[in-house]
Design a binder for this molecule. Sequence first.
Ligand code: 8GP
Length: 837
Amino acid sequence: MSTPNPTESLDSERERTRTGLSKAALKQDFLDNLFYIQGRFREVATPHDLYMAAAFTTRDRLLKHWVESAQVFKTSHARTVCYLSAEYLLGPHLACNLVNLGITEAAREAGEELGLDLDAILEEEEEPGLGNGGLGRLAACFMESLSTCRIPAIGYGIRYEFGIFDQAIEDGWQVEKTDNWLRNGNPWEIPRPKIRFSVGYGGYTESYRDDTGRSRVCWRPAQVINGMAYDTPILGYGTANANLLRLWKAEAPTSFDFQAFNTGDYYGAVYANIQAETISKVLYPNDEPEAGKELRLKQQYFFVSCSMQDMIRLHLNTVGPLESFADKFVAQLNDTHPALAVAELMRLLLDEHVMSWEQSWDITHRTFCYTNHTLLPEALETWSVSLFERLLPRHLEIVYEINRRFLDEVRMRFLGDEARVWRMSLIAEGGERRIRMANLAVVGSRAVNGVAELHSELVKATLFKDFAELWPERFHNVTNGVTPRRFMVVANPRLAQLITKTCGHDDWILDLERVRELEAHVDDAGLLEDWRAVKRAAKQDLATWMQQAAGVRLDPESLFDVQAKRFHEYKRQHLKVLHIIRCYQRIKQGQSQDLVPRAFIFGGKAAPGYFMAKLIIKLINAVGEVVNNDPQVNGWIRVAFMPDFNVKNGQRLYPAADLSEQISLAGKEASGTGNMKFSMNGALTIGTLDGANVEIREAVGAENFFLFGMTAEEALQRQMSGYRPWEFYQSDAELKSDIDLINSGLFSHGDTQLFRPLTDNLVNHDPFMVLADYRAYLDCQKTVSETYRDTPRWTRMSILNVARIGRFSSDRAIREYAEHIWKVTPKRIEPAHHSQS
Ligand code: 8GP
């Protein structure tokens, strides 16, 4: 018999308290963390202290999985996906990590025994809003699904000190407040002071001959800054796999410029320091490119350069020679923001690792894949050649050389077609010469995809038509998805429980297709009743919150009609406003017979410099002020604007919606993901045939979807044959009277000019064809009201929406990327013992 080794038993004891999943272990670790990390005891702890202790307790358990995953990935040389994204709209971590660890209930009970309310602790978390909207949130869903699907992955991005601004509404206008999310510390990240890279800007290049007599180039940057890694573990659901989100923070390379210091220029030296740090200071709050913003280009290059250097370091440390780099890594470009990575990897291979052009290009081209997220011409990134040359002289040479070789290929294929060469060039000529980042991304990638079927077809037929003719095999579709863990289990626990009870299992959380089992129960009176009760409770919760946050009273018995997304004219929030005004006028004229009581709820931010979008926000609030204060109508309709729509507030909104507004002009919304989140929480959609709406409608059944409006093709036809919104205004008396009512000053305390820029634009230009779709939208809303009156029918439709939404899990999207694009297989991490105690 061996004598027990006291050190060993102490170790396993410690491991149990730090990683054990039982209530007792959680309680003990929570108190330890409160004491040793926060320096507090229970009686004097602030709500923030309690949150931090809960977060550290959860993180301890994540780290176990994460370190084990890292060990396995390293020793097995697992092929790894590197997701390159300038944005990650992560949302609060704690609740999702508890779910993915499977310890929500244990944590709740542990809290209760300590006299603490888990929900109050969850409310304390300040969310990392490191993204603008759909694209950034998609990256966050994908990171979670990559871990859930057990795909080894690293997410690379920027650790912005200030994320997307907080939105306040003052006098009906959007006001931006800085998002100081790091103010109270971030318990989820682990700083890695040893993982630092230098990033250069400016300067000049020099040619020289190497030992073998080959001509080489050396870049001598004028400024060098450092990027330091901050790692956040991302655990999957129902698995021990955890991946890494690695965000870069910019800093000065040394704390002082000693030369400047010695010559007495102390302030100059410190100033250089501060300047370096500005690079990762703030997220650009725009969902369109920032024309000519030097700092934005610096940001892009900064994170791309750190990430490429890190991948090379990892490869050299684990696998070895760089020849096999593209076998070890696949790098996904999330839109064109990281497209500079193509030029940067070329530079590193050519100049730093002295490879030939051919070999460097072969590796680079096999490494990258690119996702396009928009067709809007104004959203396509280009950089002026002169700015690019000033900041990245070496990269400009590389882009020119890529372009020269590429255009030779085009000329060979399409003899004499110089117009095509001109269109496909990486450089836009004529006027100021500009680099087309989308073209660089397509040329530098082996796969290109759109984010919904319609979008991917339009990508091939319009934006990249020439490229699709040259390389048809390069183009794919992967329809977006969202994670059901956050958007169902965490956001809507009542619904999740009901689904689990009805299906008899919770396997649907991992395999969302299995919610289809609900269909077998769609005629159970008991389910219908429970379903309604769940929706009703969520509406009550939202009503309580809105009363407090926006001072608007909402009646949970009314239809909750919700549009929540970024404000943009193409998304047509103003079409919904016209509908509200029509309802208002009908009620005033005693014609309310077709209506049902409705709460019109909006949420979303406008880019700070986007005047028209901000004016639409003001209009919504102005209409709300009149409607909500008019006793003749406010029993029928209410208008509410949710301030600061972000991930956390979205989680309050999706469960409470009866109707989801997805009313963009067909052909403009690449996919949409809010449409999926609403539908999986039992909202019915009113929408156009745009983006993923098309596929959602196919999945849930046309009879369970309110369709209206022109198709993308019809819209294009109408646009080409000369669209004249004025004619709609003149010929539709109701439309005219709705617009005239805005102009009358009724909603602006008599100011007849305030909304003129909006109404004039609608009547004279209307680039997103609001007026052309107005009548169809109103007719469709009438059908919505009729259907809502038939409660059992509506409830049935709601159940079927959820039952058939399985395809829109981001797990499915990730599996498609893995199989068709990345060619990577799952790597299972076996949970080590001691985890359950
Ligand atoms: C969005 C698309 O507009 C949306 O349709 C799609 O669902 C989403 O990407 C995810 O694919 N695009 C953006 O959010 C976007 O282009 N943002 C850039 C400014 C950051």
